[in-house]
Design a binder for this molecule. Structure first.
Ligand code: SF4
Length: 335
């Protein structure tokens, strides 16, 4: 087990496979910044699947048990199921998952499952087409995401988790509708407080709808009770419906930070290791790999970075820290 300076073990690795996305969600890749002229990474800058698998195996040797594939939109990366197949072969991986906007999932779900993917998390910010299209900013309809969720469930990528970022005045009126739609389906909706990731989304504290408000809103229509976490370091606080029709999660990284148990590392698509979602710089593993580093050298590099880690951004967030430095964008690091 590899521990950081606060005794937190390295357990989860989130792997971004592309910085591109076909949505322009206003809180993640606003069109004004990520427009036609924006320069995304070149093909040769991205880690190859073999490089990703080598790094992932090194992280598993360091204690990681859970791998999550992210982007940008990971299903835009050509042949992604080949990467899943490589990662599924790594001994010691207990949970292999992927986060997607759902746009390409319906046609890929079966191949992903066959390649060895365990589960998916699908982002869906509203049940209302007007609000959802305004948020994804490319006119993508709710129904297509719902069809993708059905396809994922039919392929056995379960339980499907559905992530909703809640922004005040934009989609908070959809909270209860989301709960209503997914109650009794076996899918788990997770409501996420709107965060100040990156520097391009114009975040303001006033836009945050607290987890407490969200739970109260759902509870007033469908009574809830809290449930213990599934495991130490679980990000979402769990609540189940008193009538037994499933559960929801609330991710309160702004109003109730959980840095104390944060066990996640992140690798960007170009091979930089970040030890916090709000980091301002990463460690270049692509260079190590392409300079012919041995497995032992990779292991030493991972241990070296993690054992010096002292990130706890959300716990010390103030109006000053929000302004400091140039935090990496969510589309680059995978949320
Ligand atoms: S702010 Fe950083 S250290 Fe805290 S929970 Fe988020 S990723 Fe982990």
């Amino acid at each position: 087990m590899t521990l950081d300076r606060f005794g937190r073990p390295l357990q989860d690795l989130r792997i971004s496979v592309t910085d591109r996305c076909n949505f322009r969600c206003t809180y993640c890749m606003p069109k004004e910044i990520f427009g036609r002229d924006f320069e995304f990474m070149r093909r040769d800058e991205l880690l190859s699947f073999e490089e990703i698998a080598r790094v992932a195996a090194a992280f598993v040797r360091a204690g990681v048990r859970k791998l999550r594939i992210t982007g940008g939109e990971p299903l835009l990366r050509k042949g992604i199921e080949d990467l899943i197949e490589l990662l599924a072969l790594i001994e010691g991986v207990e949970d292999l998952t992927l986060t997607t906007n759902g746009s390409l999932l319906a046609r890929k779900a079966r191949a992903l499952r066959d390649a060895g993917l365990d589960r998916v998390t699908v982002s869906l910010d509203s049940m209302d087409d007007t609000a959802f299209m305004a948020m994804n900013d490319v006119g993508f309809p709710v129904k297509n995401v719902l069809d993708a969720i059905d396809a994922a469930a039919a392929a056995g990528l379960t339980p499907v988790k559905v992530n909703m970022v809640v922004k005040r005045g934009v989609n908070d009126s959809s909270v209860v509708d989301m709960a209503r739609h997914f109650r009794g389906t076996g899918h788990i909706v997770r409501f996420i407080e709107y965060m100040d990731v990156g520097t391009t989304n114009g975040w303001r504290l006033d836009d945050v709808v607290s987890g407490k408000e969200i739970v109260n809103a759902v509870n007033s229509v469908f009574p809830l009770e809290p449930v213990d976490p599934n495991y130490l370091g679980e990000v979402a606080q769990r609540y189940r419906y008193v009538d037994g029709r499933g559960e929801i999660g609330v991710i309160t990284s702004v109003t109730q930070p959980f840095c104390g148990e944060c066990s996640r590392a992140r690798i960007s698509a170009d091979g930089k290791l970040y030890t916090c979602l709000f980091a301002t710089h990463g460690t270049d593993f692509r260079q190590l790999l392409r300079n012919g580093a041995s497995d032992t050298e990779l292991d030493t590099a991972i241990t070296g970075v993690w054992s010096n880690r002292e990130d706890r951004y959300s716990e010390i967030r103030t109006s000053q820290t929000i302004e400091i430095g140039r935090k990496v964008e969510m589309s680059y690091i995978g949320g």
